[in-house]
Design a protein around this ligand. Structure first.
Ligand SMILES: NC(=O)c1ccc[n+]([C@@H]2O[C@H](COP(=O)([O-])OP(=O)(O)OC[C@H]3O[C@@H](n4cnc5c(N)ncnc54)[C@H](OP(=O)(O)O)[C@@H]3O)[C@@H](O)[C@H]2O)c1
Length: 296
């Protein structure tokens, strides 16, 4: 348990709803699945490693009485796998109310997807972009439906390198991550503009103690682990995703970027950087806001 004290909770039920959570086998994704299942939703864990997925599903069924969870194979680094996953969903599901694009890789050594794209941009953005595109008809058919994209505060430092989208020039692990997370935010905003009946939100879960930290510089990682109480647990990291899933639509801003569950961030963001205005919707009359300019 970290020092972050939850200030929001909801007993909203999701009976009769279907959700997909990519990377639902571990970390923030697994906690998200657990929460949605406890609200009565049928949840599909989209995992690249079926053994890990089945193990996670077993854990959840043991912990959550009556949980309706199934595991399906999805490798976001492989276009063919994404197509097969989507085909499988159309063959087995009548509706899809929540698509939670949670899976991700962070600050990893240089690697490429099966299609030859730089791994972080390929998995974190392009894979999810393609998956969402393929599932759009089902989401429309199930409207009102939601797409939630896991981004990160790192996106504030991101810049989209249109001259090198495949990442063939110089590679920098953090720059690549920041670019992929900025792409998540821009995609969310554009999706919200272009789709009727589907709302879209991007989420920053905060700094969360999960396996994603595995590529962080070792001494820094040791410090982080020693001060674990300063970073969020995976359950706390799932908090903002759950908030964007269950909060009534009229209390959310489609296309918006959310962090720490209660903070709406309204800001201008483009491929070259961001200008942020942080507003706390729980304190609407205080005029309390923080203006931040980010340079890239
Ligand atoms: N933790 C943080 O501090 C933090 C901060 C900001 C944003 N986020 C974002 O939160 C999201 C969840 O991260 P997490 O911290 O829960 O990380 P995690 O524990 O490492 O989980 C990442 C998940 O993504 C899956 N994944 C990776 N590559 C994949 C691929 N090619 N195809 C399908 N699935 C793949 C992993 O599968 P395997 O188990 O098979 O590897 C795992 O299930 C990510 O989008 C991350 O960028 C995290």
């Amino acid at each position: 348990m970290s020092l972050f004290i939850p200030t929001w909770s909801s007993d909203t039920r999701l009976d009769g709803k279907t959700a997909i959570v990519t990377g639902g086998n571990t970390g923030i994704g697994k906690e998200t699945v657990k929460d949605l299942a406890s609200r009565g939703a049928r949840v599909i864990l989209a995992c690249r490693d079926m053994a890990k997925g089945e193990q996670a599903a077993c854990d959840i069924v043991r912990e959550v009485k009556g949980a309706k969870v199934v595991t399906r194979q999805l490798d976001l680094a492989d276009t063919k796998s994404i197509c097969q996953f989507a085909e499988n969903i159309y063959n087995t599901e009548k509706a899809l109310h929540y698509l939670i694009n949670n899976a991700g890789v962070a600050v990893c050594p240089s690697a490429r997807t099966v299609d030859g794209i730089e791994m972080q941009f390929g998995v974190n953005h392009l894979g999810h972009f393609f998956l969402t595109f393929l599932l759009l008809d089902l989401l429309k058919h199930s409207a009102p439906s939601r797409v939630i994209n896991l981004s990160s505060a790192a996106h504030f430092f991101g810049k989209i390198h249109f001259d090198d989208l495949k990442g063939e020039k110089d590679y920098h692990h953090f720059r690549a991550y920041a670019q992929s997370k900025l792409a998540n935010v821009l995609f969310t905003r554009e999706l919200a503009k272009r789709t009727e009946g589907i709302t879209a939100y991007s989420v920053d879960p905060g700094f969360v103690n999960t396996d994603i930290l595995r590529h962080i510089w070792r001494p820094l990682l040791d410090i982080v682990k020693n001060f674990g109480f300063l970073i969020k647990t995976p359950a706390e990291g799932a908090y903002t995703t759950i908030y964007c899933t269950v909060t009534p639509e009229n209390q959310l801003v489609t296309g918006g970027y959310y962090r720490s569950a209660i903070r709406v961030v309204q800001y201008n963001c483009c491929e070259n950087g961001c200008y942020g205005v942080y507003k706390n919707p729980l304190l609407p009359k205080t005029g309390c806001e923080l203006r931040v300019k980010f340079h890239t």
